[in-house]
Design a protein around this ligand. Structure first.
Ligand code: FUL
Length: 472
């Protein structure tokens, strides 16, 4: 078991995984003919003539995302209905046969450009399931069609930070059965956009397991390799030999990384979670949902659970028929960004004094508060418990503590507590499990000069790169 723990402690992210994790919060944008038919899944027989976002303004989208504090945007370039938001050379089912800009427009291009101008990153969603394309179901021909489209998107629109592959596929035994050639899709992405993450039905970023915004209390980025490999093989093309996995995990399982889980595994991988949900009940715009935009409290709850719980947060905002984010959504995004900025603007631990029970050479306690995410405190090897004392130098009111592990080294902390000094005694403040990239601890405000972090369980030797304190 000990070897297994040491091994788990050493599993590390790739640069492309780290880059997405550091983005923390980014937008999903669902837009297609469904916006005009009031549906969630199109049939593939919609007329391109219905697509006409007369006031389309990609800058309005990007500004609203930035107001929320988002650092990227992933656009549904093609959803299950097969309609393409760019003038693909491989189909007539696209914006080029719509009245919008007399068929001369390109939504993907305008959104990519607005992201670049606005300083946020751009990503693409391209649905493998296609209910329009006649070759769908004739596997080699459709795979060629799909890779041609991928190539267009990966070469003509600048830097792409993420290719998001959806697992949804509604065709059953009586419908068309397409076998996706995932390996060739991945190879093309690696070739043309080596820095892009391949998410969900891909090896880099894991679906959190629900679309409701529920977050795990203990989100591990180090998980069984079978989970990653399962994701695409199992539910997407269902022709894999079950016996090749010791134990099958699915993204929906509650526990994907505890000691109990990893004890049975031969191979572990870094496969961090992304929480994806919509600001409204649907992924696409429906006027009937204008008054169902999630409340600020709900969104903050999901933000704390995801960004503050070692996952990223992908929040969908559906443009309306004008081609704009609706006023209600824009107002909520701005409120959300204001709330986040307000809480996290002034780090009360920036000038603190900090001590740790023991530190590895070169990784002294001071690195936790030096504002540099690449330096970090680390305990001695094999010392899985540690105490860290923070002296804020004066009595301070606070209600948030932000902890970050140096995940470039791995994810190790399993359990911790926070306490504050009240007079002469330590009083409990917060009980936590994993930390990972970021754990935001929220509690009722206290006034104190001293905070104690006790790492009560970890894997081999815990690290902390950041310790911050805030008052909302
Ligand atoms: C699902 C799709 O079927 C939904 O329409 C939406 O795109 C969501 C993000 O993924 O699998």
């Amino acid at each position: 078991m000990h070897n297994m723990i040491q091994y788990a402690a050493q599993v590390k992210p790739s640069d492309r995984q780290l880059a997405v994790q550091e983005m923390e919060f980014y937008a999903f944008v669902h837009f297609t003919v469904n916006t005009y038919t009031d549906k969630e899944w199109g049939m593939g027989n919609e007329e391109p003539s219905i697509f006409n976002p007369e006031q389309f303004d990609a800058n309005q989208w990007v500004e609203a995302c930035k107001a929320a504090g988002m650092r990227g945007l992933i656009l549904t370039c093609k959803h299950h209905d097969g309609f393409c938001l760019w003038p693909s050379a491989y189909t007539e089912h696209s914006v080029k046969n719509s009245p919008w800009k007399d068929g001369k427009g390109d939504i993907v291009q305008e959104v990519a450009e607005a992201c670049r101008q606005g300083g946020i990153r751009f990503g693409i969603y391209l649905s493998p399931w296609d209910r329009h394309e006649p070759t769908y179901g004739d596997s080699p021909s459709y795979n060629a069609y799909f890779t041609n489209q991928l190539r267009e998107l990966l070469t003509n629109y600048g830097e792409i930070f993420c290719v998001w592959f959806d697992g949804a596929c509604g065709e059953g035994p009586n419908g068309k059965r397409q076998v996706y050639d995932w390996e060739s899709y991945y190879a093309l992405i690696r070739e043309l956009q080596p820095n892009a993450s391949i998410s969900v039905c891909g090896p880099d970023i894991r679906w959190c397991g629900n679309e409701a915004g529920h977050c795990r209390t203990s989100e591990w980025s180090v998980v069984p390799a079978s989970l990653r490999d399962n994701e695409r093989i199992q539910e997407k093309s269902q022709h894999v030999d079950d016996a090749s996995f010791a134990r099958r995990y699915s993204s929906e399982d509650a526990d994907l990384g505890s000691r109990e889980v990893i004890a049975h595994e031969r191979e572990l991988v870094w496969y961090p979670a992304e929480v994806n949900t919509s600001i409204r009940p649907g992924w696409f715009y429906h006027a009937s949902e204008d008054d169902k935009v999630r409340s600020l409290e709900e969104l903050l709850h999901i933000y704390y659970g995801s960004v503050g719980g070692n996952a990223t947060f992908l929040l969908n905002i559906p443009p309306d028929r004008r081609g704009l984010f609706h006023e209600n959504d824009v107002a909520r995004l701005t409120e959300l960004g204001n709330a986040i900025r307000h809480t996290f603007s002034n780090n009360l631990a920036a000038n603190a004094r900090i001590q740790a029970s023991a530190s590895m050479e070169g990784h002294a306690a001071g690195h936790m508060i030096d504002g540099n995410p690449s330096t970090f405190w680390c305990s001695l090897e094999g010392m899985e418990q540690a105490t860290i004392d923070v002296d804020l130098q004066r009595e301070t009111t606070f209600d948030h503590v932000v902890l970050q592990e140096h995940i470039r080294s791995g994810q190790r902390i399993e359990r911790f507590t926070l306490a504050y000094m009240d007079g002469e005694t330590w009083k409990p403040l917060f009980d936590g499990t994993v930390v990972g990239y970021k754990r935001i601890c929220r509690f009722d405000a206290v006034i104190s000069r001293y905070i104690r972090l006790s790492i009560t369980g970890s894997r081999w030797c815990p690290t902390i790169s950041n310790f911050e304190v805030y008052s909302s």
